[in-house]
Every structure is written in C-alpha cells, then in structure tokens.
Write a protein that binds this ligand. Structure first.
Ligand code: NAP
Ligand code: MG
Length: 481
C-alpha cells in the first residue's frame, strides 16, 4: 500500500482499509492507498495547526527558499512524476509533461511573490499626534485543499503555492482516483525540509475525508476545485462555521465563431479547446455557436481536424504522435458522457463524427461532434465532461450571446473574430470569468482565474490567488502623545 502522509510520516490510517487506484487505459490496479477516516483528518488538521505556529513566523524569504528547493527536487524527478501522472490519470505523456510545467511555473511564481506581500499604513492627518493605523496581511491558519481528478498536479500547485507563501499550512485531499503523484510531491516537499505538518495528504473518499475536512473546527479556509454539485454540498457543510472558501467549479464554455474569423485557426483552436485531456476540462469549449455564413466551411475543417485525433495509450504518445486523446478517467464518467450523447441524438442531434466507445479494458471513446441537438438537451444544459462537442448554427451576435448565456455556468468563453465590435460585446456581455479572443487555452497563469454564476467564486492564479490566502487585519496604534 502507498501510505498517506500526516505530520511528516507515512501512515496506513485508522481504518486499515485500502482503496485501489486504477489505470484508466488498462482497467488494471496500479496501487492501493489508505481509506482515510474522520480520525485521520483530525490528526492531519491538528498536525497542520501545530506546524502553523512556527511556519507563520518563518521569514517569507526562508519560506520561499524552501519552496525553491522543493521545485528543484520536482525538476529532478520530473520524468518519474510525469509517468506516474500518465498512469493514474490517463492523459497523453505530452499533456502530463505540460501539467508538470504549469505546476513548476505556478510554484515559482508564488515563491517570487512571497516577499512582496505588503500591507498599508494610514496616517490620519487630524489625529497625527494621537494614533496611526495600519493594515496587516496575516495568514489564516490551516487550509483544506480539495483537488479534482482532471488536473491533479496543476490544481494542487495553484493551492499549495499561494497557501504556503502566505504562511498557511495545508491538508490536501486529492481525488480518490489520483492520489499517487500528489503523495510523491508531498514527499519532495519534506525532502526539501519544509517542516513536517506544514503539508499533509489524506487519501480516501470525498464523502468521508472531504466532509470531515470541511467541517473541522481548525480548518480556516477551504480551497475547493471540483464539480458544481459537490461545491454546493460542501458550501452547505461549511456555512455554519463561516469558513473562508474559494469554489472553482464546473463549466460549459461557449465558443462563438463570427463570419470574419480565420477558419483554419478556429478549427484547430476549437479542436484543442474541446478535446484536450479527452474533453475532461473545466475550461473547455463545450458549446459551439457558428455564424451561418461560415458554418459549412468551419464544420468541414473541424471534422477533418478532429477526425485525425486518435485515442490511444497515454505513454505511447511520444512514439505515436497521432494519439491525441487518452481514455476517459473513469468508467462511470464514460457512461455519463455516452448517456449525454444519446440524449443529444434523441433530441434531434446529427452525429458528424465519432460516437463510439470501443470494447476493451480501458475507458476509451472516440472524439465526437454532434450538430444541432435541442437547446434544452443535456449537452446544452449540463457540463459534458468528455470528448463530445455539440454545435449550433446562429444567425447573428445577439443570438450567439443569448444562447451563450443560457446556462447556469459561467467559467470560460471564446470568440473567433477580428472585429473589435464583436470582441467588445463578447468581453462585456458573455457571462464568464475567463475569456479568449482567437484563442482557446493559452495557459496565462499570471491572470486571475475563476468563474461567475454557478461556476463558483474566488480566484486562483496571479496576485489575486495569493490575496485569497490572507486576512486583512486593521490595527490602530495610539498612546503617541
Ligand atoms: P468532484 O467529483 O466534484 O471531486 C472533486 C474533489 O472533491 C475530489 O477530491 C473529490 O473526492 C472531492 N469530493 C467529492 N465528494 C465530496 C464531498 N462530499 N465532500 C468533500 N469533498 C468531496 O470533481 P472531479 O470529478 O474530480 O472533477 C471534475 C469536476 O471538476 C468538473 O466539474 C470540472 O469542471 C471541475 N473542475 C473545475 C475547475 C475550475 O478551476 N473551475 C478545474 C478543474 C476541474 P473523490 O475523488 O474522493 O470523490
Ligand atoms: Mg467526480
């Protein structure tokens, strides 16, 4: 069993039970991890709470140097970490390498910011002789970092970097299906001499470990990335204790293609924006709206481009460049996306490409494009977390914006045009927290990222990402006469 990490030590936990971690490309068990319990969460939170006493007093520069040491160790082990991620998540090795790159980039960014946290000072002119005020920026304490299965490392980094550099300590709950590489990273943090207890990892199920973390009295801040359904659930659990929370939730990003778009670039960008990570993206172009003037031309190019995307084993990608999608991450995830596709076909959708889930042990599915399902079908209303792209023809920008906003989600959006009036309207009127023009997916990690509507609230990335791990505390200093 690959044990979890509490207070700097490996442990099998209280339950003594194991959960298998499966390779989605083969259906084979890779390893087992402990089924963490409420007691394990309590130990981990208490260890983080104790470690906080010293960590918050450690010089910011020293904290940054410890993180830089850990970054060097992650770089040293990059190849092994990449392979581990491919096997537990399923993504092609090039995408896994990209994830490690973003992890390192993000950690470096926050190591650099550690010494740049600045409060403010307020001298009251009329009371200058009596008092002055200042705003301190203090860490919060123990952070619960709950991470999903689609980007286990990038989304670990977006929490660990700012949480640690702001002076907080952390208990990580990785997804039950992707704990292995996270545990390796946590070992490297220890090897870098980040003190025991500053980062703990409790493996196990969301309903057990996640719930216990969110309701624990000593957890001050919850950094959650995952589905909107689970986000709603934990927000309810955390409400009685008024925890600070960020909610990075699901999405159903609209993509609009205007008549003047560069169709070749759009077809390529839309393909990547939908089928990267086998379509298991929070930010993914999940609803395509194409002006009728360019519909035929775009669809012809898009079907040709995506038609070349072969599903295959993630670790063979380096030798077989045609492999563009790995398997779905779970068999239940594949069942769900197949049901959503069937609903699209039942409500009038026409299959333009793919649609098949090949027999075999892995959870593979062909990249799929479906034209004109009903606008209240499941692919239009729900998040589709897999390789299915629904597309609709629109007659003008009003219709494109109206359909884009006809969703409970508001995570990302993309528009393909060089017309500044169209760009301006999409930038202002489409309801989404992150937008691209003639792009989908440029990983601009320095910009704050987060959703609107039921895609959540709060920001990760950028300076703002750090702000969410600090409390502003006002202090009035008197007695100066
Ligand atoms: P998920 O099922 O919501 O799980 C996310 C995390 O929450 C996992 O660690 C999960 O643990 C845990 N969890 C599950 N039930 C819980 C509970 N009752 N209490 C506390 N924690 C619980 O999401 P997923 O399937 O891993 O990931 C896909 C979803 O994440 C999609 O909706 C995607 O859009 C979203 N996402 C959003 C962003 C963003 O930045 N907005 C980024 C990436 C992904 P278990 O694994 O044990 O269930
Ligand atoms: Mg899930």
């Amino acid at each position: 069993m690959v044990e979890m990490l509490i207070a700097g030590e490996r442990t099998a936990g209280e339950a003594g039970e194991a959960i298998p971690v499966v390779d989605p490309a083969t259906g084979q068990t890779l390893a087992e991890v402990p089924r963490g319990t409420v007691q394990d969460v309590d130990r981990a939170v208490n260890s983080a709470h104790e470690a906080f006493a010293d960590w918050q007093r450690t010089d910011a520069e020293d904290r940054a140097n410890l993180l830089r040491k850990a970054i060097a160790l992650i770089e040293r082990d990059r190849k092994a970490l990449t392979e581990s991620l491919v096997h537990e998540q399923g993504k092609p090795v090039t995408e896994a390498a990209g994830e490690i790159h973003h992890l390192l980039h993000g950690l470096n960014y926050y190591a650099d910011l550690a010494t740049k946290v600045r409060g403010t000072h307020q001298a009251l002119p009329s009371a200058l002789s009596k008092a002055y005020g200042m705003v301190l920026r203090r860490p919060m304490g123990v952070v619960a970092a709950i991470v999903p299965n689609n980007f286990p490392l990038t989304l670990l980094g977006t929490k660990l970097g700012p949480a640690l550099m702001a002076g907080n300590t952390v208990v990580v709950k990785p997804a039950a299906t992707t704990p292995l590489t996270t545990l390796k990273i946590a070992e490297l943090l220890l090897e870098a001499e980040i003190p025991p207890g500053v980062v703990n990892v409790v493996t196990g199920r969301g309903s057990e470990v996640g719930d216990a973390l969110v309701t624990h009295d000593k957890v001050r801040r919850v950094a959650f990335t995952g589905s909107t359904a689970v986000g709603r659930h934990i927000m309810g659990l955390a409400a009685p204790k008024l925890k600070r929370m960020t909610m990075e939730l699901g999405g159903s990003d609209p993509v609009i293609v205007a008549p003047d778009a560069n169709i070749k670039a759009a077809a390529r960008g839309i393909a990547i924006g939908r089928f990267w990570n086998c379509g298991q993206m929070c930010l993914g172009g999940k609803r395509l709206y194409v002006f009728e003037e360019v519909y035929d031309e775009l669809m012809e190019q898009l079907v040709r481009t995506v038609g070349k995307y072969e599903p295959g084993l993630g670790w063979e990608k380096a030798e077989k460049p045609a492999i563009r999608v790995g398997p779905l991450h779970t068999s239940s995830g594949r069942d769900e996306i197949l049901e959503q596709l069937q609903d699209a076909l039942d409500t009038g959708g026409e299959l333009l490409l793919g649609g098949e889930a090949p027999d075999g042990d892995g959870y593979f599915m062909q990249p799929t494009i479906v034209a004109d399902p009903a606008t209240d079908s499941r692919v239009a209303r729900e998040e589709t977390f897999g390789p299915v792209l629904p597309v609709w023809k629109v007659s003008d920008l009003d219709e494109a914006i109206q359909l884009s906003n006809d969703s409970e989600y508001g995570l990302g959006a993309s528009v393909w045009t060089n017309d500044i009036r169209v760009i301006n309207r999409v930038a202002n009127e489409v309801e989404a927290g992150m937008k691209w023009v003639n792009q989908f997916h440029y990983g601009y990690d320095e910009l704050p990222f987060g959703g609107v509507k039921q895609s959540g609230y709060g920001k990760e990335h950028g300076q703002e990402g750090l702000d969410y791990y600090l409390e502003d505390i006002s202090v009035v200093i008197g007695g100066l006469e």
